[in-house]
Design a protein around this ligand. Structure first.
Ligand SMILES: *[C@@H]1O[C@H](CO)[C@@H](O)[C@H](O)[C@H]1NC(C)=O
Ligand SMILES: *[C@@H]1O[C@H](CO)[C@@H](O)[C@H](O)[C@H]1NC(C)=O
Ligand SMILES: *[C@@H]1O[C@H](CO)[C@@H](O)[C@H](O)[C@H]1NC(C)=O
Ligand SMILES: *[C@@H]1O[C@H](CO)[C@@H](O)[C@H](O)[C@H]1NC(C)=O
Ligand SMILES: *[C@@H]1O[C@H](CO)[C@@H](O)[C@H](O)[C@H]1NC(C)=O
Length: 411
């Protein structure tokens, strides 16, 4: 971003905004009834400390193996004239023909995009945001505005768990709650845990002001990744794609990645305990599994998919509220995602990429992305047994974290 000389009035605006941010943090803490500091996380939970495997210990994914799983994915996509189906079959055809250099940098929303979408006979009746998604669905080359290049380096042991949290520029309170509770960085039991928040840019009138605040926040906490695209629902797949490419470059040795929303509550000690108990060679893709799902045809829904866009079942996928996968898969996911056409629903897209690698999601009952019974929603004992639940406010997050990490909690 170009930085111009700030006019005095702009300085005042920014200063006011910064004060608001500080006040917001104080407010969240104050509304947590007790002003006392949240205790150090992970204390005394006896996280198993298994030896770290070297890269050679991990199963070798060969191109041959991709060939089989790609073939299977290909078979599962009905050959109809729906837009996405045709587009993906064309990509498979290109792979057959040895055209492996897919470039995705048509960002003009110009004549080329117009001629692509002209194949959809009822395109003009698509919801506006959908039309916008389609005009940009071959544009993936966005640059980082805020990076954390050293996020995964500087520790003796390789990063064990990277918490990658999808957030929005304006969600300051949610991010503060996460970094002060379950998302706190540290090395419990010698296992480095690192956190990044994934952001695009803020839209609208307040955009520039939020940008200044987020830059300030990034300088304070060093946990913001921001790309130069508008942070909208239909750009979440783009966010996934860019995150994979970031991780492949800056955090390629990570053991596990937990991708989630900023309004989930994660029982990090329990997640670490669980991951520590696994066979390090096992390739994990785990969460709350959506099986036998298919496109939602109700136009008013956020998840609406027109029939002229996609026909067919969805692959089994882990709900986007929060799921975990093995770090060594990042490299392959990043590679394969170049050959999977963007899909407007990000967790379905991710499921397609895993399927292309031949990896099926595994269900774990501790992932509750649709929340739990009303009566249990503030019960620390219930939360101390689960791994992840959606959704909790920043205040609830502080409260629950304090309770579940209290050594005197008896359930
Ligand atoms: C890939 O898989 C297809 C279908 O199983 C097969 O026909 C083809 O020969 C395979 N290609 C390679 C290079 O193994
Ligand atoms: C793909 O791109 C790379 C690097 O730009 C190049 O070396 C290679 O020849 C290209 N392959 C094809 C099939 O075009
Ligand atoms: C992506 O690359 C294309 C072609 O080089 C360029 O025209 C476009 O502006 C780029 N888009 C972004 C968002 O960087
Ligand atoms: C690295 O992890 C091992 C156990 O896995 C632990 O014993 C050791 O203290 C850790 N090293 C550092 C520098 O934290
Ligand atoms: C995604 O971001 C790009 C770049 O900011 C923007 O042009 C496009 O409209 C966004 N797409 C959607 C569907 O919001």
């Amino acid at each position: 971003m170009k930085r111009k000389e700030m006019k005095p009035s702009r300085c005042i605006t920014v200063a006011t905004a910064l004060l608001s941010l500080v006040a917001l943090k104080a407010y969240i803490e104050w509304t947590v009834e007790e002003a006392e500091r949240v205790p150090t996380p992970h204390g005394g939970h006896g996280v198993p400390t298994t030896a770290q495997p070297s890269k050679e210990d991990l199963p070798a994914f060969t191109l041959q193996r991709f060939n089989a799983s790609l073939h299977q994915l290909r078979q599962s996509i009905p050959r109809t004239n729906a837009y996405w189906n045709e587009k993906q079959h064309q990509i498979f055809q290109d792979l057959d023909d040895g055209l492996v250099n897919t470039s995705w940098n048509d960002c003009s929303a110009g004549p080329e995009a117009a001629s692509r979408v002209a194949k959809i006979s009822d395109f003009s009746s698509y919801p506006e945001l959908y039309r916008n998604f389609l005009l940009y669905d071959e544009c993936r080359n966005f640059s980082l505005l805020i990076n954390q290049a050293g996020k995964c380096s500087g520790t003796k042991n390789r990063t064990f768990l990277l918490l990658a949290i999808k957030s929005l520029p304006g969600n300051f309170a949610a991010r503060q709650a996460v970094r002060d509770t379950w998302g706190r960085e540290g090395e419990p039991g010698g296992l480095p845990v690192r956190t990044v928040f994934l952001l695009g840019t803020a839209q609208g009138r307040l955009g520039p002001r939020l940008q200044n605040l987020v830059e300030y926040e990034s300088r304070s906490y060093g946990d913001i990744l921001m790309w130069d695209f508008e942070d909208t629902f239909f750009n979440l797949t783009l966010k996934d794609f860019l995150f994979l490419s970031w991780t492949a470059e800056y955090c390629r040795d990570v053991r596990y990645v937990l991708k989630g929303d900023d309004d989930v509550f994660i029982n990090t000690p329990k997640v670490l305990e669980y991951l520590g108990s696994l066979d390090a060679n096992k390739m994990l893709y785990m969460g709350q599994v959506m099986a036998n799902a298919s496109p939602f045809r109700v136009r008013r829904s956020k998840y609406y998919v027109p029939e002229s866009y996609y026909v067919g079942p969805y692959p089994s996928y882990a709900g986007g509220g929060g799921y975990i996968f093995s770090g060594p898969l990042v490299h392959w996911l990043h590679l394969i995602s170049r050959h999977i056409a963007f899909y407007p629903i990000d967790d379905v897209y991710t499921g397609l990429c895993f399927q292309a690698l031949g990896i099926l999601p595994e269900a774990h009952p501790g992932f509750l992305t649709f929340d739990i019974a009303e009566k249990d929603r503030s019960d620390p004992c219930v939360h101390s047994r689960l791994l992840l639940v959606h959704r909790r406010s920043p205040q609830q997050t502080f409260q629950l974290w304090k309770q579940i990490t209290d050594p005197s909690l008896s359930c």
